[in-house]
Design a protein around this ligand. Structure first.
Ligand code: DON
Length: 306
């Protein structure tokens, strides 16, 4: 793999820029520049590439569900976490509510859909919401070494003002006993975690740790326990791309997690973390160009896991 090969993949896929739409259901996200495109590859063998708009900040959105799951597993352990959410792919859109009532037991399908992530967020420890949020920021700063990991206040306010679908998921889960504590507190933390600014290079760095069993391959620091890294990657593989996870697994063949701002964090186990940003998303909430770039990288360098 060399820089020119990745650049060629990016320019080939740049033509698909008009195939998706920038998310607008969170009004502030409409202000994102649809033309930004960046790819960072951070490899265990130290081959790293940053190509395109890798310094451009955007909100992490649903990729934060991976971080929330890591912290909830550290704080509460496997049994408690999976008493609140399942481990199955949902096949439904990320903000769907329908199965919360019709399924028994009525826990959300997995921690990667909004309902599951809100339930998980309520398990994150801290003396108050501010302290819990600070723990997430600190973890992300440590993993990425980036100081710009901080709250995007405008996106946070925009999510809080318009997040009525998430509010209904939280209150419904409160009524069924899945969500412990105050739904407004869980929602506030959830909205904040989704509104953290990152770059695609940060996403690649998170992926790099996960690709190496939770240990930084060069400093050898172990921040994420290997067992937690294993669980998180498996759930990313089955559910990280929402109701496109099956197709992504067949076509690309390694774990990934997308967000509605157009970021994707991907992990090639034992090899590398990949971060991509391109804001136009498809109907399922995944970056159109991001998915194509990952598919081409997987095929060209034979990174499919099976
Ligand atoms: O709660 C929401 O709807 C957003 N903060 C996050 C959704 C998201 O990123 C789904 N991703 N593809």
């Amino acid at each position: 793999m060399n820089r020119e090969e990745i650049e060629e993949i990016i320019s080939r896929n740049h033509k698909k820029i008009n195939s998706g739409e920038v998310a607008d259901y969170i009004p502030e996200l409409k202000n994102m520049d649809p033309t930004i495109l960046g790819v960072t590859i951070a490899s265990i063998n130290r081959d790293s590439f940053t190509i395109g708009d890798c310094d451009q900040r955007f909100t992490i959105q649903s990729i934060s569900k991976v971080i929330a799951l890591i912290v909830a597993l550290k704080d509460c352990g496997f049994d408690k976490v999976f008493s609140k959410v399942g481990m199955e792919a949902s096949g439904d859109p990320f903000n769907s509510i329908i199965k919360l009532e019709t399924l028994q037991p009525n826990k959300p399908f997995n921690p990667m859909i909004n309902a599951g992530a809100i339930a998980i967020t309520s398990l994150i420890k801290g003396q108050n919401g501010e302290a819990s949020f600070h723990r997430i920021i600190q973890l992300l700063q440590t993993i990425t070494g980036s100081r710009h990991i901080e709250l995007n206040e405008a996106v946070y306010q925009s999510e809080k003002e318009t997040g009525n679908r998430n509010r209904s998921l939280a209150y419904f889960m409160k009524s069924t006993g899945i969500l412990e504590g105050d739904p407004e507190e869980a929602l506030d933390l959830y909205f904040k975690i989704c509104s953290i600014n990152v770059t695609c290079s940060d996403l690649a760095k998170i992926g790099l740790w996960l690709s190496n069993g939770g240990q930084h391959p060069h400093s050898k620091e172990q921040i994420i326990e290997p067992e937690i890294a294993k669980i998180v990657l498996t759930i990313m593989m089955t559910s990280g791309m929402y109701n496109a996870s099956g197709e992504f697994a067949v076509q690309v063949g390694f774990p990934a997690k997308s967000g509605v701002s157009g970021g994707i964090m991907a992990v090639v186990p034992g090899k590398m973390g990949i971060g991509v940003i391109s804001p136009p998303i498809d109907k399922k909430g995944n970056s159109v160009i991001g998915v194509h770039v990952l598919e081409d990288i997987s095929k060209q360098f034979q990174l499919h896991q099976f």
